[in-house]
Design a binder for this molecule. Sequence first.
Ligand SMILES: C[S@@+](CC[C@H](N)C(=O)[O-])C[C@H]1O[C@@H](n2cnc3c(N)ncnc32)[C@H](O)[C@@H]1O
Length: 511
Amino acid sequence: MPDDRRPRRPGRTPQRSLQRPAERTRRADPARLAAYTVLRAVADGAYANLELPTVLRERGIGGRDAAFATELAYGTTRMHGLYDAVVEAAAARPVADIDPPVLDTLRLGAHQLLGMRVPEHAAVAETVGLARQVNGAGAAGFVNAVLRRVSEADRETWVARVAPESLDPTQRRAVATSHPAWVVKALRAALLGHGAATADDVDEQLDALLAGDNTPALVSLVARPGLVDPAQLLEVLGDAGRPGDLARTAVTLLEGDPGRLAAVREGRAAVQDEGSQLLALALAAAPVDGDRGDGDRADGDRTDERWLDLCAGPGGKAGLLAALALERGADLVANEVAPHRADLVRATLAPATHRARAAGRAGQVSVRVGDGRDVGRDEPASYDRVLVDAPCTGLGALRRRPEARWRRQPSDVPALASLQRELLASAIDATRPGGVVAYATCSPHLGETRFVVDDVTRRRDDVELLDARPLLTDRDGRALDGTGDGPTAQLWPHRHGTDGMFLALLRRTGA
Ligand SMILES: C[S@@+](CC[C@H](N)C(=O)[O-])C[C@H]1O[C@@H](n2cnc3c(N)ncnc32)[C@H](O)[C@@H]1O
């Protein structure tokens, strides 16, 4: 790239080398090496949030180094769409022509320079040291040259350069906020389609939503009713916790590892987004009509005694539903198609089951492995409340899953949408007349949400949509604002501080 086209901070002279060769960092520091290891594993298909804790534990990295490695690994993974555009401009060659391991080192350097407050000298010198160790001496020279160019301008200047106003607006937002363009388009359509934006303010809403996807979320905990109270968790946490913002069962962890809480280790509490908690609470609060007519239970409510979670793995919502069901003397069947995920559900539900047995409560909890599409046929009109938390693209939870936006493809949507339709139809079949179905996704994509519900309900005359919005309530029982035009409801990271969860509530009206 010619010098005169290079972005520069005003008044600064580019420095070719800040150190004499003898002073150069020869090896990587443990935190940067850990972040690089995670990026390489993610490139091979690993999940950053599973890989990072393992790498940190195996290498004995803790405290501030662990916090630095975490921000470096997650932030780089999330933002590499932007950094690739910057590297491409600084290196004057397409990123496709850069060796992938070297590109990962460059991305780590770019995140330190443009996304963290790492002093420029340390960001470049330490990343070149990393390159020397993991990519070789030749690559280290290239990394040094490219990062020096990157360091010549700040983030804002680079964004203006690689995502100029002259670009098509979707493309510009995609580069500037590091999202695939198809995701930007889908989120825009979702904001309009769920009634969260109008033509006048959709761009503003979209910018806030995309920024929200790039803002790491605080950890939310659920206090499972009957097993632990939020107040008890808050007492143990002291300054490290505060009540959740919305759900009556929620506590927000401000710092530290949730695993240090005995209640979490024992399954009385768990890490769970508040949006997921609100959905499970909404299903439990939805009015059911009439009597199943086939029960004979002295101590239970015959209108409300059999609950089903059709797609339960790994068991987050089932954990809360089980606690709520057992409080009322109802049973919960948790179904999951993948055996290893059904094992996770079993582990999640064990504390509620033990407590219910010890207290002599009527309800029971069971876990099954099976295809949810068969349940409606095999057990027609059998349940009072059914949750279909359908497999989906997860486009509403991008802030919690750093690599998810790069893994998903537009072609995933139609494939998932047909499975979602079949699961919802089976759930309706499995619900007795007067019972309710909650259809949920952690994606606001219209193809996985409203279109699925509209399509399934249009084809049948034995189901009606309930207004889900009044059932999504805060800790004082007030309906949340901004959940849409109804009757379905959509939560948003930038408006509610939750994952982008969708909820439709349907009542079975006839056999
Ligand atoms: C979005 S996750 C459910 C999350 C869960 N409700 C929770 O809160 O932890 C969807 C689950 O559906 C399961 N699944 C996929 N296809 C299924 C099918 N045909 N029948 C039942 N479960 C299925 C997946 O294995 C996955 O565990």
